[in-house]
Design a protein around this ligand. Structure first.
Ligand code: HEC
Length: 711
């Protein structure tokens, strides 16, 4: 047994109580009494939203039908609750017997009264600030799990914590990985069979993916399953050891070290009580370039796969790999949805539906893992012509392999995918699956000539964010390259075709028995809107502006016979990269609740951010060019491409530090703000590098603010 397996839970002495009780309200005494039977029958209590995906089928379908296309004009805000953080919010709330449990940025947990929005308790796990730099897309958290009177949260720095659902007091806490490793938890735990299942992210940082199951009552580790192999000579002492030796090692080539990893389960895990199975949806390989990861060959199991395990032991049952040997960042982490589909046999088939980034809609038999169908759900896929139904393998386009060809190639979908992690929904009433989709998204991938693992950095073996490699001239805009076309898609998984498409960009989706599909949107990355569509036709029937963008989950519940629609709002996540001319002041994330004839007014939109800072200094062109390269490679993933950011993570063009070399140095080199995630970059920058980046940001800001003279 390796030391990693002996993760013994620490029972927390309650002296350092981080839980704060609101003085005015008392929480219920016996809260959240949810057991396996209640979870398995969650659909019979539509007034609640008991699990991340609503029920254990994870369909994000509410059986409530009070709000319909006919009365939705009366759907109005009824309350909102501000969080104490202005960073990214992606959580799906859980609602049990009139109490909402939701997580926020920095893995904090809130319990609120579902009728009034009144805070019952909150808990701050005090995530280690510098750990915030160990993920692509802000310190987001996608939600809690609630089970056996406890609320479970995975923290960004890798702890799994059980809280008393009645009081918010911590009961146990365990480190799911070494906090020094390049991993983070952004996903929600899932529960079932007395266990709590939790994964992690890290596929851009060299983190090797795995999922652990802990006993819900004590926090003791029950099993761990790695999704990519380690050193064949040194088994992990984990549930995955057998399948690693029998199936996985042979699909990888080259070194057994940090140069191979990924397969991180950072979003979807589904527990299926019918087969006592847990399904894992895995991410891209590390690094993206297979030449560096696996000598340019091999399928590299279990990256970009659906893997089914015995829930009680973690033993391997079956897998289906969606993008073998991926080099395009085609994470297969999208929500997995379980359903019974009439596929022509005597009885409905028990299936798992999946819409990964790679653009194909997969229907798998969830007992055996057999591929039932795989059709493109978007237009414009160039990496594969289709999926061979006999072998289950994609019919790849060899020209898309920029890595092995050692040349830049435009590939569709791009790294954002035909669809990414954003929650999808299935209505058993319409038989349709609903998801945000994008036709013709594409990326120009440029291979790097060499690769060196640097601990602490995202390094993926390709030029990320660059439109051209350092050695090549800026490419001319290609008028033949199609523009991305985003829309809300209703997909018929039996007929294998779109039922309707409604144009627009959006995020999380929820379907209801009232014949509606709700979806969250962003307005200019920072502000947002909640919309509703007819589930049968896609006609937009309602929308309401929200002060915050919505990337997190939308759910429905009822209290005292009234149906509510609830959304977690707050920009961040992938939106930190959105280019917008309409930069705003930072604002707190919040819950917003709607009901028929609600009478509340939501807070106003945040005011425009202050002006950009214009420098009077001058810098050498070579310094600015060096700064640009460093900015793209070290700063852009948080502060935005081309120095532009919507200001969720500060827009550096507006920073006071931009005109103050010594303040800039103390922030960028020495880590003055590291407690909120802006780490000290000194060891990752050459001497003079921080100042070169300041030169680049200052000169770009100045050039853009200076009107171009037309002759
Ligand atoms: C992992 C995300 C991340 C990366 C990468 C990152 N930063 Fe930051 N940066 C932050 C966050 C978060 C803050 C705001 C902290 C706060 O509000 O307390 C910040 C703040 C700053 C500020 C202060 C802005 C202000 O006026 O409030 C400067 C300057 C800055 N960063 C420069 C850089 C530079 C230069 C790089 C690249 C070398 C970089 N950052 C890379 C996350 C990041």
């Amino acid at each position: 047994m390796k030391t990693r397996m002996i993760a013994v839970a620490t029972l927390i002495a309650l002296t350092s109580a981080c839980a704060q009780k609101a003085p005015t309200t008392s929480a219920p005494q016996a809260a959240a009494q949810i057991d396996d039977a209640r979870l398995a029958n969650a659909a019979s209590e539509p007034q609640n939203w008991l699990a991340h995906g609503g029920t254990q089928l994870a369909q994000r379908y509410s059986g409530l039908d009070q709000i319909t296309p006919d009365n939705i004009a009366q759907l109005k805000p009824t309350w909102s609750l501000d969080f104490d953080t202005n960073r990214g919010q992606e959580a799906t709330p859980i609602v049990v017997d009139g109490v909402i449990y939701v997580t926020t940025a920095w893995s904090k947990v809130y319990a609120a009264d579902a009728k009034t929005g009144k805070l019952l308790w909150q808990y701050d796990p005090k995530v280690n600030g510098p750990n915030a730099a160990k993920n692509c897309c802000d310190v987001v958290n996608r939600g809690a799990a609630v089970y056996q009177g406890k609320v479970f949260v995975g923290t960004f720095d890798g702890r799994l914590i059980a809280l008393d659902a009645a009081t918010g007091k911590p009961l146990w806490s365990t480190a799911t990985f070494d906090p020094e490793s390049m991993q983070a938890i952004s996903g929600a735990p899932r529960v079932g069979a007395g266990l709590v299942f939790i994964g992690n992210s890290g596929g851009e940082f060299g983190g090797r993916g795995f999922v652990s199951a802990y006993k819900a009552d004590t926090g003791e580790l029950a099993w761990r399953f790695y999704t990519t192999p380690g050193d064949p000579a040194k088994p992990d002492g984990a549930a995955s050891d057998k399948v690693m030796a029998e199936k996985v090692q042979a699909t990888w080539f080259g070194k057994h070290n940090e140069y191979r990893g990924g397969g991180n389960v950072w979003n979807s895990i589904v527990f299926d009580p019918e087969f006592d199975q847990v399904y894992l949806a895995t991410g891209n390989g590390y690094p993206w370039a297979r030449t560096f990861r696996s000598e340019g060959k091999g399928d590299n199991l279990f990256i970009d796969s659906v893997v089914a395990l015995d829930a009680k032991t973690g033993e391997y049952r079956w897998h289906y790999q969606e993008t073998p040997g991926d080099i395009w960042d085609y994470d297969s982490v999208a929500d997995m949805i379980l359903a019974d589909l009439p596929l022509g046999g005597a009885a409905p088939r028990k299936v798992l539906m999946h819409t990964p980034k790679n653009g194909f809609f997969y229907v798998l038999d969830r007992k055996s893992g057999e591929l039932l169908s795989a059709e493109p759900y978007i237009a414009g896929i160039t990496w594969a012509k289709g999926v061979d139904k006999k072998t289950g393998r994609p019919i790849e386009n060899p020209l898309a392999r920029f890595d092995e060809r050692k040349m830049p190639v435009v590939v569709s979908p791009g790294e954002g995918g035909g669809h990414s992690w954003n929650p999808t929904a299935f209505s058993p009433k319409t038989g349709l699956m609903y998801l945000q989709a994008t036709d013709h998204s594409s990326a120009r991938h440029i291979p790097r000539p060499s690769f060196e693992y640097v601990k602490g950095l995202d390094n993926i073996g390709v030029y990320h964010f660059a439109t051209h490699g350092p050695a090549e001239p800026e490419p001319k805009p290609d008028p033949t390259r199609p523009k991305p076309v985003p829309y809300l898609l209703a997909w018929d998984p039996v007929a294998n075709k779109a039922a309707w498409k409604t144009p627009g960009m959006g995020s999380a989706v929820m379907a209801t028995a009232g014949g509606l599909v709700f979806q969250g949107h962003s307005r200019n990355a920072v502000m947002g809107e909640l919309s509703a569509y007819r589930a049968d036709t896609g006609e937009k029937v309602w929308s309401h502006e929200t002060p915050n963008a919505i990337a997190g989950g939308v759910v429905s519940y009822a209290v005292d016979g009234e149906q509510y629609i609830l959304a977690t709002t707050g920009a961040g996540g992938g939106l930190i990269l959105a280019a917008t001319p309409d930069v705003r002041e930072r604002q707190p994330g919040r819950l917003v609740a709607f009901k028929l004839n609600g009478t509340a007014k939501l807070p106003s939109d945040p005011p425009p951010a202050g002006p950009v800072k214009i420098s009077t200094e001058s810098f050498a062109d070579t310094t600015v060019a060096q700064g640009k390269d460093l900015y793209l490679n070290r700063c852009a993933r948080c502060h935005g491409l081309g120095t532009h950011s919507p200001n969720i993570i500060p827009d550096l063009r507006r920073s006071n530090a931009l005109l103050d070399a010594s303040l800039w140095k103390s922030i960028v080199e020495d880590g003055l703000l590291q407690s909120t995630g802006m780490i000290a970059w000194k060891s990752y920058l050459p001497v003079g590098g921080a100042e070169a980046i300041r030169a680049y940001v200052a000169m770009t800001t100045k050039a853009e603010a200076t009107p171009v003279k037309t002759p």
